[in-house]
Each structure stands twice: as C-alpha cells, then as structure tokens.
Design a protein. Structure first.
Length: 272
C-alpha cells in the first residue's frame, strides 16, 4: 500500500527499497505498482543488510506482530534510519483485537508471540529506540487523519492516548526530536487523477454513475478498517465527477480507492 501511494501521488523517492519475507509480495509490488523498487527478500529476524542511518524513512506496516523477534526488528529499523528521518511501525495489534493469524504452513505464523494489549507495545518500542523518542497514536476515523495523525510524545499525552484507546491498532513513530527534519504538509491534489471505484462497490446496471455496496462489505471488522471507521454508504450516486474538495472525503469514506495502476485495467480511474 505504501509503495502504491508513493507512485500515485508522484512522491516516489530517488531510491525505494522493499524488504519482505515473502517473495510473492515483492513480485506484486514490481508487477502492479512500480518496477522502480529495489526488492530484498529477507528473513527480518536477521540483521538488515544496510549501514547505520542509510534511509531517510523506514516504514513497517502491519507486520511486526507476526514476527517472533519483534525487539530485534524494532532495533534494526531504528538503526538504519537517519537521525533526521523517521521510523514508523503501523497497525500494531495484539490479543485484545481478537485477531489470530496462525497458520501451520507458514513458519512465521505457526507460533506468534502476540502481546496481551496493543498498548503493551510501548514497553518493547521504548526499550529499543536508543536515544530517540517514540510517539504513539491509536487508529482513528480515516477522515480525521487526512491532514496527518496527531502523535503523543510527552508522558502525560502518551498515558492519555493509551488509556483511552479508540481502536485495537496502535501506531508508533520514532524520531530524534532534536534533529528530525519534520514532515511535509499533506497534499491531496493527486487524488482526482488517480482514484478508482473501491472494490467494495459495483456499478448498477445501466447507470455507470450509480454505485451499490457489495454484500461482502455489509459489515466492517477490525481486520478491514479502524473501529472508528464510519462505515461504507450502501448507495452512492456520482451524477457528475466529484468536486475537487470532495475527492478526499470519498476516499476517506472508502467509496474511492487508490488502486495500483495495473490492478484492474477495466475499472480504471474515474473521469475528472
């Protein structure tokens, strides 16, 4: 997903390295998103083959709970991040989410060391971030995060965030607060030319601009979306292309999606 957003928004970095334990995921990025990525197939329980501070940003999405050596992955991810950059651990879930992904045919899912609660990840991450600082934020309504998440870094703010969790997935950002260069403000101008109809919808017969939600998406769950997700509308009429200001809202509502360019040629981007 991260590589796809970079490609669609025109923010592809000079060098993009994708590390994964499954070759099929790396092939999917090269086939459906961009051939410009440098793929590295690696068991991440071993050291990352990169020098200290090699990257401006290191992004780990939805995978840390599935790795037995979690503390090692945190330490390595922070090690290869430049002091002026950022390290992000996205969508950390635990036993309190009710999600179990054990699979006897996949070694990394055969035995998982899930923590009791997502908030318990603070102990792991704080311990292995060295002299850097970790900020925390639980997932929220996508519309509330379009301008960027609000991270809790100070002790009182962290305690308040962890004690009043609105979701079962925790996000953690690690930075050097004295040297971090800061984020670039969000810019959604890329959306009108890149968004497509979400796979959660189908076009009604004879009405290309009338969308109806598929039955499979009648109910949301924690695996699919944040618990604060507002829910998909059952029916959406797009008599005319959305006004520029409404693309982001339809994206946050799950009606439009940032699909990879080659995901489904027939569906294609919406007219604008």
């Amino acid at each position: 997903m991260f590589e796809n957003i970079l490609a669609l928004s025109g923010r592809m970095p000079q060098r993009l390295v994708c590390v994964d334990g499954q070759l099929v995921n790396l092939l999917a990025v090269r086939r459906f998103v961009t051939p410009a990525a440098d793929p590295v197939c690696l068991d991440v329980q071993f050291d990352l083959p990169f020098a200290d501070g090699a990257f401006d940003a290191v992004f780990s999405s939805t995978c840390l709970p599935e790795i037995p050596a979690q503390a090692h992955v945190v330490r390595e991810a922070v090690r290869v991040t430049a002091a002026t950059g950022w390290t992000l651990f996205d969508s950390l879930w635990a036993l309190d989410s009710g999600v179990l992904r054990c699979d006897p045919y996949r070694p990394y899912r055969y035995l998982q060391n899930f923590l009791p609660r997502a908030a318990d990840y603070r102990t792991v991450i704080d311990r292995w971030t060295g002299d850097r600082s970790a900020g925390y934020a639980f997932s929220r309504d996508p519309g509330a995060q379009l301008s960027g998440p609000i991270w809790a870094f100070d002790e009182a703010e962290i305690e308040a965030e962890l004690s009043a969790a609105t979701d079962t997935e925790l996000n953690a950002l690690v930075i050097d607060r004295d040297r971090f260069a800061g984020f670039v403000p969000a810019d959604h101008d890329w959306m009108p030319g890149a968004l497509s109809v979400s796979p959660a919808y189908r076009s009604a017969p004879g009405a290309a601009t009338l969308l109806r939600r598929r039955a499979e998406f009648a109910e949301m769950n924690a695996v699919f979306a944040s618990l604060d997700f507002p829910g998909l509308p059952e029916r959406v009429e797009l008599d005319t292309p959305p006004a520029p200001g409404s693309w982001a809202g339809l994206f946050a509502a799950g009606v439009l999606a940032a699909l990879p360019p080659d995901y489904d040629v027939a569906r294609g981007p919406l007219p604008h």
